[in-house]
Design a protein. Structure first.
Lengths: 328, 333, 500
């Protein structure tokens, strides 16, 4: 019995093997790391810097994983930044009151609930998700301002979380969380009925319906799953930063942009490696670039943002190569 | 025979406007209708309307331009710097040119590279804001040259505004650019099949959006006297809200009309202004009200529009035909 | 009769104003391979889709093994032992092949919430082995796979249900020769197992070869039922395209009648995978017909001439202006018109007004100074055209979706007739339109012809082109098979001979 795909010559086979590709990526990252290190005169690979990099990529990675599930269904949620603000706030307040249980539950519940709520708005009102997300971001930002502890309008910082409660933002917890998140995301995305159904709906809704997949139930799960990842992200973010900064005027969109760039880049790579695996790799790649820029003195809040915007457009262009349909 | 059908969907924005106005008029104890306040409302709506008229073309096509805020800031900062460095007369052309270029870049990426407009313009939103912030850390905020402050005078400002409005109204409702844009929003495939140059129209729409931002920045610079740290922040949302609150559909199409920009702009301004009048000028209130309102109106217009389009036609067999097969047709009009 | 696995009586299906299935009586015996064939739009996919539970029928009965069969969903159909491979690609590209086979039924491999992919892939491999299907890399995403591979996956999925009745809609055209033979063997095996299969294909020879009996559909109704052993390709094709030629709404004369001047000269037109080496001239006042079977490429020619598809070779030369028409914008500018076959999605802005639709192609001409398009002018254009074509509406601001099929087609045509045309390309202009409007459209064509406008008439209906064309280009397999003049042997018989 002859296999359907013609046997390819060995070199091509090696290129297509996901494991090989993965190793190639690691090699490329290593090469970049060495190069960056050289350029910065050894600052890049210094131990504290590496620690900084690792602890800083955790929450964007979690957000990116959450976005993967949303993207799998064709939705883009721009209010995630504002949700993280509220989630961080909850982590902070409940943490200060109840200690670690408060830290975990606060962020998790708020993050999950709001993302879930958002998703219901997207799925059931049929308002295009990008603008619904913007509207929701405005509402959540306003709620955040309303809840702030400091009373004067200039004071946009909440009470800081107790230093002892910030373990989750540091090594080794960063790595533990990353690993746990990875395992969970990978299993759900690739090995659960719900994950497979989510991807079926996003891939070919008609077929999914024809095969008896319950669209409504599955959509509800999407909201829940991505919500949990975002909830965890807000916990970690608060742990890393130590305080919640309120953002208004839609500046919360900046927050969601880094994870968005991560997912877009991962999408480009997903032909070769599973997107869940690609996400943390892309997170490292992207954050490393910004870390390098910071070390080199490129000011954050200004030109770093310019890079981010440019990256996003670039990844978007590459990702849309060969797309033949109508795009608005 | 040519009675224009007024649909439920068209009335909602007017109703919203009236409700908002009455609410604040009553809540502020009549302060809303004072001549001073009314002129404040006009002044505060001015820039939104100007830019909104440009963005309208983009929205009519079914796309969106969220970069208008940062574009305002960028063109303002660059133009002010140029005017101070090389002569006040540069203020106007540089502002227009910079804003136009940003618009064209947006248009090219959307039409040629097929990246969704919300993504491109949000990326611009972030990227260009970074650049503007950077520039301002170097040159700080600046005043426009003395010579150019004459543009603030009412006898220049208001006629300019009215002139722009008339030109945009003309372009949108009475020329090919407007009609083609609406067609693209209705059904891009149909437009392609007829032979309308769709990619070119997309670039033109984004270019117009950029150009109007250039004019908007001039109005802003002359009003404030120079640049500021907060220039253009949140402005793109204000414009988007003005357009959607006025009843324009997210998908654009033939129901897109210029008066809706005016209606929506005034509605938005009245909300902010009204909240201030009753003492709630905190950002959180206006922003949350705006957010909720935007969601509501989007939802309602989508539903109302769906209902309008769900009409069923009769099968041919059930229709009586009383045609004369030998009716004469001549081509040409 | 208990020997029928499936019996259908009096089935009707409407899509909006279109009567897609007209009073269909249809049956399949146990252990029978049944063929279903018809031209595009004849209703065969619609029929199969209802059997497979994809959508409900509007009237009529279905009996499965003698008992009432009324599937509410494809899952219902599966549970009754019926599964289908659809015409449109039905795999999820972002999922691996193995998962696609059992999508929607992954529960059986799940333990503690986790799907055992190894077990799933093993079961999938077993299915491939059981039905002797060529192996497919089960772990790979289907996105990058060839169409043939994806079709095989769909087939495996349909077979994994262990169906009593398997429905195959146009599967063979995606398969290579090797795999087609494999499929034929599979059909024989199913037959030996007492299972039944309904096969749709447009390859008539193949159909006769692999089936026991064939049902021919035309215009939504059954026009013939034959035994495969006792029929011939010609007979089938005749049933597919032949129609009653009735009425005097076609032309009365039997000789070509057009001016000498060439309006458009097409040379060596090449569109990859669609048409090759197509050359012809169109003259002033000529109605040039284009006909052929499903994959002849006639529709592609229309699109290519108007510049809607990128051509890989050849020229489309507009003689009067000395221009090569490269894109649709040029075509529009130079007084050409294209009336697409797909009225609702391609041709009309369905939620816009009659006024907007009618005036859109003429906006350039209506421009005055400074690009001013006077509303008075567009209104006049629209109301004039509405009156001339007797478009039934209450006023021109009404939206097009409220019009009947015939009136929609009038808007479709009318917006072009408002211009000063040199060349009009019509693709199936009388599709989905009743007799009265048909007659009307033909009379329009006669008038335009008198005024010297060149018309290219692309049609699936043989009587129509025979009735109206001065010359007829018959296409086959993407190439020109023959050009026949009106004064030659202009009969269905001779044309079908070339077409087939």
């Amino acid at each position: 019995m002859q296999p359907l795909q013609s046997t390819q010559d060995s070199i091509k086979k090696i290129n297509q093997n996901p494991l090989i590709f993965f190793l190639m990526l690691i090699a490329i990252i290593a090469a970049f790391a060495v190069f960056f290190n050289f350029v910065t005169g050894g600052d890049f690979l210094e131990r504290t810097n590496v620690t900084v990099i690792i602890s800083h990529i955790v929450w964007p990675t979690f957000v990116a994983w959450g976005i993967c599930f949303l993207f799998a269904c064709g939705y883009t949620d721009l209010s995630i930044g504002a949700i993280i603000v509220l989630g961080s706030f909850a982590t902070c307040i409940f943490g200060n009151w109840y200690g670690y249980p408060g830290v975990i539950l606060g962020g998790l519940i708020v993050g999950t609930l709001l993302t879930f709520l958002n998703f219901n708005v997207f799925a059931f009102t049929e308002i295009p998700s990008w603008i619904a997300g913007i509207s929701l971001a405005m509402i959540y930002e306003a709620v955040a301002v309303f809840l702030k502890v400091g009373k004067s309008t200039a004071d946009l910082i909440y009470a800081e979380i107790d230093k002892s409660l910030r373990i989750l933002g540091r090594l080794p917890w960063s790595i533990i969380l990353l690993a746990a998140g990875f395992v969970a995301a990978y299993i759900i995305y690739n090995r659960t009925t719900v994950g497979l159904n989510i991807r079926a709906i996003g891939g070919n809704k008609e077929v999914a319906k024809a095969l008896g997949i319950n669209i409504v139930k599955t959509l509800l799960w999407v909201g829940l799953i991505s919500g949990i990842f975002i909830g965890i992200a807000s916990i970690v973010q608060e742990s890393v930063a130590g305080r919640t900064t309120v953002r208004t005027g839609l500046t919360s969109i900046y927050v969601v942009f880094q994870p968005l760039a991560i997912v877009l880049l991962a999408q480009i790579l997903q032909k070769r490696i599973n997107i869940i695996i690609a996400v943390p790799i892309c997170a490292v790649l992207i954050y490393a670039v910004f870390n390098l820029l910071t070390i080199l003195g490129v000011p954050s809040g200004t030109l770093q943002e310019a890079f981010l915007g440019a990256f996003l457009i670039l990844f978007g262009i590459i990702g849309q190569r060969g797309y033949k349909g109508v795009v608005k | 025979m040519n009675k224009t059908r007024i649909s439920f969907a068209d009335i909602i924005p007017f109703a919203v406007f009236i409700v908002i106005f009455l609410f604040f008029e009553i809540a502020s104890g009549g302060k809303m209708l004072s001549p001073f306040n009314l002129s404040t409302i006009l002044e505060q709506s001015l820039i939104t309307i100007v830019v909104g008229c440009g963005v309208l073309f983009v929205v009519a096509q079914g796309s969106i331009d969220l970069s208008v805020g940062v574009n305002l800031a960028l063109s303002g900062v660059v133009a002010t710097w140029a005017a101070n460095a090389a002569g006040g007369v540069l203020l106007v052309p540089v502002a227009l040119l910079v804003a136009l270029i940003v618009g064209i870049v947006n248009g090219v990426i959307v039409s040629k590279f097929k990246v969704p407009s919300f993504m491109v313009t949000i990326a611009m939103l972030i990227g260009i804001r970074g650049i503007v912030n950077y520039i301002q850390t170097i040159i700080g905020t600046q005043y426009i040259p003395e010579s150019m402050t004459v543009l603030r005078e009412p006898y220049i400002r208001y006629p300019a505004f009215v002139l722009l409005l008339i030109v945009m109204f003309y372009l949108f409702e009475f020329t090919k650019i407007g009609q083609y844009s609406k067609a693209i929003g209705e059904n891009e495939s149909t437009a392609e099949f007829i032979g309308i140059p769709v990619p070119r129209m997309k670039i033109i729409a984004f270019a117009l959006s950029g150009l109007m931002v250039g004019f908007g920045t001039l109005f802003s610079l002359t009003s404030v006297g120079g640049t500021s740290q907060m220039m253009g922040v949140f402005f793109e949302i204000k414009v988007a809200m003005a357009i959607f609150l006025g009843g324009v559909l997210v998908t654009g199409g033939t129901s897109t009309k210029l008066y809706k920009v005016l209606l929506g702009s005034f509605s938005i301004t009245i909300i902010v202004n009204g909240l201030a009048l009753i003492g709630l000028s905190e950002t959180q209130y206006s922003q949350s009200v705006e957010g909720i309102l935007l969601l509501l109106i989007l939802y309602v217009t989508i539903i109302a529009n769906k209902r309008k389009n769900r009409v069923r036609a009769l099968p041919d067999e059930l229709e009586k035909t009383d045609l004369k097969p030998d009716q004469i047709i001549t081509s040409g009009s | 009769m208990s020997e029928n696995i499936l019996e259908i009586k009096g089935l009707n299906k409407y899509f909006g104003t279109t009567h897609a299935n007209k009073n269909i009586d249809f049956s399949v015996k146990k252990g029978e391979i049944k063929g279903l064939i018809g031209e595009n739009g004849s209703g065969k996919s619609t029929l199969l889709s209802q059997i497979a539970g994809l959508y409900p029928r509007d009237s009529g009965r279905m009996l499965l093994n003698g008992r009432e069969y009324d599937p509410q969903s494809p899952i219902d159909a599966n549970n009754c032992g019926i599964s289908m491979v659809m015409q449109e690609l039905g795999v999820v590209g972002t999922l691996p092949a193995g998962v696609n086979i059992f999508l929607g039924r992954t529960g059986q491999f799940t333990r503690n919430g986790i799907v055992n992919l190894k077990a799933l892939n093993k079961a999938a491999a077993e299915q491939f082995a059981k039905w002797d299907l060529p192996k497919v890399p089960l772990n790979e995403l289907t996105d990058g796979m060839m169409i043939e591979t994806r079709k095989i996956i769909e087939l495996a999925r349909a077979l994994s249900v262990d169906p009593q009745l398997l429905l195959l809609d146009e599967i063979t055209q995606s398969l290579s020769m090797n795999n087609r033979n494999r499929l034929y063997d599979l059909l024989k095996r199913l037959k030996a197992m007492g299972r039944s299969v309904i096969v749709i294909t447009h390859d008539v020879e193949e159909l006769i070869q692999i089936t026991d009996s064939i049902t021919v559909l035309r215009d939504g109704a059954v026009v013939g039922e034959v035994l495969s052993a006792k029929t011939s390709p010609d007979e089938i094709k005749r049933m597919m395209v032949g129609r009653e030629i009735s009425g005097e709404y076609y032309r009365a004369d039997m000789k070509p009648d057009y001016r000498d001047k060439v309006v458009l000269s097409v040379k060596n037109l090449l569109v990859e995978n669609e048409i090759e080496d197509v050359s012809f001239d169109v003259h002033e006042g000529e109605i040039l017909g284009l006909c052929g079977l499903s994959d002849s490429g006639i529709h592609a020619v229309g699109k290519a001439i108007y510049g809607l598809t990128r051509r890989s070779g050849g020229t489309v030369h507009l003689v009067a202006k000395g221009l090569d028409i490269k894109n649709s914008t040029m075509a529009l500018k130079n007084n050409m018109a294209y009336v697409p076959k797909d009225r609702d999605n391609e041709a009309l802005m369905i939620n816009a007004s009659i006024l907007d639709n009618l005036s859109l192609p003429s906006l350039s001409e209506l421009q005055g100074k400074f690009g001013y398009i006077a509303p008075r002018k567009t209104k006049r254009l629209a109301s004039d055209m509405t009156k001339k074509l007797s478009i039934k509406c209450t006023d021109i601001n009404q939206t097009v979706n409220t019009l009947s099929g015939g009136n929609k087609q009038k808007v479709n045509l009318g917006r072009w007739l408002a211009k000063d045309l040199k060349l009009l390309i019509l693709d199936c202009p009388t599709r989905g339109v009743d007799v009265g409007v048909k007659a009307y459209i033909y009379s329009l064509m006669k008038e335009l012809k008198k005024e010297g406008i060149a018309i290219i008439l692309i049609s699936d209906e043989l009587p129509e082109v025979l009735g109206m064309a001065d010359r007829l280009i018959v296409m086959k397999g993407g190439r020109v098979a023959g050009i026949i003049r009106r004064d030659e042997d202009f009969t269905e018989h001779s044309v079908i001979g070339v077409m087939i």
